[in-house]
Design a protein around this ligand. Structure first.
Ligand code: HEC
Ligand code: HEC
Length: 334
């Protein structure tokens, strides 16, 4: 009898432990805590007016949004994404504490793996691609088995969270500066946010020169460029990132999380391993991280970017080709 009772207790405790604490409603993020309770209430009212509530959401600036699709998006997100990216999309789901790199905080509207120039928002297709393929070498899974309809709906939800988050952070920052919520300024803030997304739709990075058929000469020229165009400073001579900056481990990304220059030999290119993926990383840099855009620096020698791509793809297969690399001193993130 006692044994049954204790088993039951254990089950109840375990079960409770598995349940996610979903607040069931959108809350303001930590950034708003610096405001007085009255101002926080006003910020929340602006968000509710523009973005609705968790149960009755709206798509910022779009009166004709499909409420059913958004509801499906919320359901998929709650099942598959919320544990990492959080109910508000602030990247602080319950699993996030133990993960590095951290799940994306959508609210800044900054995304890493885009097909757009440096500093631009992503195109919708970039987000779809990331969700479908995942981000190799990180905890971001590939959702390629999700039905297309669910995947697209989840991306709608990610965009809704991003819009809401961008509005929240901008209204909070302005309210902190003015000690008041300037309601008259909200429409302009909203149209600036939406304009950034519209601009991205028109601004895909296209290669400055057509992709050559890679031969060993491209790899050799790419290695030469890698050693002489500044890559070594961060990625090290052999591309593994065994550099003093990485070793100190104090580099931060724009979300305030630890980051380091990629180990290009790891065989796991986060942004994808198609030649054009690597081209975009080098040409347009990686938003929010120390990886700079080389568009300007290499403008006079555009073919060098393809040589670098050939070289990066070559070293990223080193281990697969059986090359045994010496142990380095860079330890995993703590
Ligand atoms: C197990 C944790 C986890 C789950 C579950 C998860 N993600 Fe992520 N996600 C991450 C991490 C970690 C990153 C950041 C990786 C990085 O910075 O390189 C990320 C990044 C992203 C990004 C940003 C990519 C960029 O270009 O900056 C998008 C979009 C995204 N995830 C969408 C989703 C969607 C949609 C789902 C659910 C269908 C989902 N994620 C589920 C961990 C997760
Ligand atoms: C100031 C430091 C810095 C310099 C200089 C730099 N990188 Fe990077 N690079 C980074 C960081 C940091 C990342 C990782 C970004 C992330 O995913 O968080 C990165 C990522 C990359 C990636 C993407 C890897 C992936 O996982 O998809 C490629 C490709 C790359 N760098 C190539 C280059 C090349 C080629 C050069 C020289 C032309 C270069 N980098 C110069 C810091 C740098």
């Amino acid at each position: 009898m006692w044994r049954w009772a204790s088993c039951l207790c254990l089950l109840i405790v375990l079960n409770a432990g598995c349940q996610r604490r979903d607040p069931g409603t959108w809350t303001l993020g930590n950034e708003a805590k610096k405001l007085t309770p009255e101002i926080q209430t006003k910020v929340a009212a602006v968000l509710e007016e523009r973005c609705g509530t968790l149960d009755a959401p709206k798509m910022l600036g779009d009166d004709k949004f499909d409420a059913n699709k958004l509801a499906l998006g919320r359901a998929v997100y709650t099942k598959r994404c919320v544990q990492c990216h959080g109910t508000n999309g602030d990247g602080q789901g319950p699993a996030a504490a133990t993960l590095l790199p951290k799940p994306r905080d959508y609210r800044r509207g900054v995304f890493k793996f885009t097909s757009t120039p440096y500093g631009f928002k992503p195109r919708r297709d970039d987000l779809v691609r990331t969700a479908r393929k995942g981000i190799p070498g990180t905890s971001m899974p590939a959702f390629n088995l999700l039905p297309e309809k669910e995947l697209q709906a989840a991306i709608d939800w990610v965009i809704a969270l991003t819009h809401r988050g961008e509005l929240e952070l901008q209204v909070v920052n302005a309210a902190e500066a003015d000690d008041e919520v300037d309601l008259a300024a909200v429409p302009e803030t909203v149209s600036d946010i939406l304009a950034g997304w519209d601009r991205a739709d028109e601004a895909s990075v296209v290669a400055a020169t057509p992709q050559p058929k890679f031969k060993v000469d491209h790899i050799i020229a790419g290695k030469q460029a890698f050693l002489t165009r500044g890559c070594v400073k961060c990625h090290g001579e052999d591309g593994r990132g065994q550099t003093p900056d990485n070793l100190r481990g104090d580099l931060k990304d724009s979300w305030g999380h630890p980051t380091r220059a990629a180990d290009l030999t790891s065989g796991m290119l986060r942004g994808g391993q198609e030649p054009m993926d690597v081209y975009r990383r080098i040409f347009a840099g990686i938003n929010g991280t120390p990886m700079p855009a080389f568009q300007q620096a290499l403008a006079a020698e555009p073919e060098t970017i393809w040589n670098l791509v050939a070289y990066v793809l070559h070293v990223s297969s080193d281990r697969r080709r059986g090359k045994i690399l010496e142990a380095g001193s860079i330890a995993p993130f703590k």
